[in-house]
Each structure stands twice: as structure tokens, then as C-alpha cells.
Ligand binder design. Structure first.
Ligand code: SIN
Ligand code: FE2
Length: 216
């Protein structure tokens, strides 16, 4: 028998091209959710989420931490990648095998073979938190893509162009979705609109985003 609602809610495609070089892989992380979340808990026990300060002196609403050989940090002196967590003086926690495999498999599906991320920035959003339009341009290997994994509450992802003023398209990102962008769209502006309140069965009132990069 046909699903009662199948003609009311059209299924979204499993893969959607956002721009040349940019693909949304819906549900790509779903089968790994338990492993990802338990690995995440181990990371944040050692490298806690914190609200970093921008070079301009603003405290970011999104809380962040990192895993892998390099971590993205921001403070009054600028943005950079560092092997050391400034809160603890220790190296960032190792990138878990399940993180690395997901990132590499997603990159390959999007057409990027041999993705070897050395940094995973972990963002935590609470209701109303947003990430303004920006480019990911602190990495020294822009031939590698960005792989971005969404967990928890849904969010609206904005994806624009090479200029801040280029028109942006909006995409709903759900728990388990993965976006990969590289090649011609590697430096496209992107952001997250203020997070809508809600309750996620595994993550409660939060959204977690993992972004994998080759920083060095
Ligand atoms: C980012 O641009 O670093 C994060 C995007 C997201 O949270 O989906
Ligand atoms: Fe970004």
C-alpha cells in the first residue's frame, strides 16, 4: 500500500547539486550517528566547547571546539590554525576514525578523491545562534574541499557566491545531512540563519556541525 502522505510530502533528492563543485548528500551520516555522538562526547570531555572572540572583539554565539592535528582558533590577534588548544595547552583530541571515514566517503561521493583532512572544527548552535556569511579561507590547501556534517536540530544553510553580495540560496539541513563544497565553489560565502528552537531526540535543543578541512 502507498504511504498515506507520499503524495503530500515529496521526497527530497538524496543528492542535490548546490553549485558547481558543491553537493548536498542527504542522510549521509545517519547510519553512523551513534558512533559520531559517542566520539564527540569523548572529544568535548577533553576540549570543551567555548565561545571564541573575533579579532574585532565580538564573542561568537556559536560555541566551538576541534579535533585532529590542527584546530581553528580565533582571538583578538586573529584567526589561525593551531595544533594546541589554548584552553588546556594540550594538543587537540585525535580525529576519531569514524569522523575521518565519514568525511572521506562523503568527499569521494561528491567527486573529491584523496581528501585527507587534518582539522575538524566542531560548532555547537543553540536556539537563535547563527553564523554570518563568511568564506572558509584560512586553509593552505584550497584544492581540498570542505565537508560539513549536520547533527541535531535542523538549520537553514545559506550558500552564495564568491562575493558577499552575490545572491544566496537557502537549504534546509537535517540531522545526518552532509554538504561538500570545493573546486569552483570552494571559496563561496556561506552561513547559518538563526537556529529555530526545537527538541531533537538525540541532541535536545542543539545543533552540532562538524566541518572537515585540509588546513595545512
Ligand atoms: C561553517 O561554516 O563552519 C559551519 C556551517 C554549518 O554550521 O553548517
Ligand atoms: Fe564556514
Amino acid at each position: 500500500m502507498q504511504d498515506l502522505f507520499s503524495n503530500l510530502i515529496p521526497a527530497l533528492p538524496e543528492q542535490e547539486t548546490l553549485a558547481e563543485g558543491a553537493v548536498l548528500l542527504r542522510g549521509e551520516a545517519l547510519s553512523h550517528e551513534r558512533d559520531l555522538l559517542s566520539a564527540l562526547a569523548q572529544i568535548t570531555a577533553r576540549a570543551a566547547f567555548r565561545n571564541m572572540v573575533t579579532p574585532g572583539g565580538f564573542t561568537m554565539s556559536v560555541a566551538m571546539t576541534n579535533c585532529g592535528p590542527l584546530g581553528w582558533v580565533s582571538d583578538r590577534s586573529g584567526y589561525r590554525y593551531s595544533p594546541v588548544d589554548p584552553l588546556t595547552g594540550e594538543n587537540w583530541p585525535t580525529m576519531p576514525e569514524c569522523f575521518l571515514k565519514l568525511a572521506q566517503d562523503a568527499a569521494a561521493k561528491a567527486g573529491y578523491q584523496n581528501f585527507t583532512p587534518d582539522a575538524c572544527l566542531i560548532n555547537r548552535y543553540e536556539p537563535k545562534n547563527k553564523l554570518s556569511l563568511h568564506q572558509d579561507k584560512d586553509e593552505k590547501s584550497p584544492e581540498h574541499p570542505i565537508v560539513s556534517v549536520s547533527l541535531g536540530l535542523p538549520a537553514t544553510f545559506q550558500f552564495g557566491g564568491l562575493k558577499r553580495t552575490d545572491p544566496v540560496l537557502k537549504y534546509a539541513l537535517q540531522h545526518g545531512d552532509v554538504v561538500v563544497w570545493g573546486g569552483p565553489s570552494r571559496l563561496y560565502y556561506h552561513g547559518i540563519t538563526p537556529l529555530k528552537d526545537g527538541e531533537h531526540p538525540l541532541l535536545g535543543r542543539t545543533r552540532i556541525n562538524l566541518t572537515f578541512r585540509k588546513a595545512a
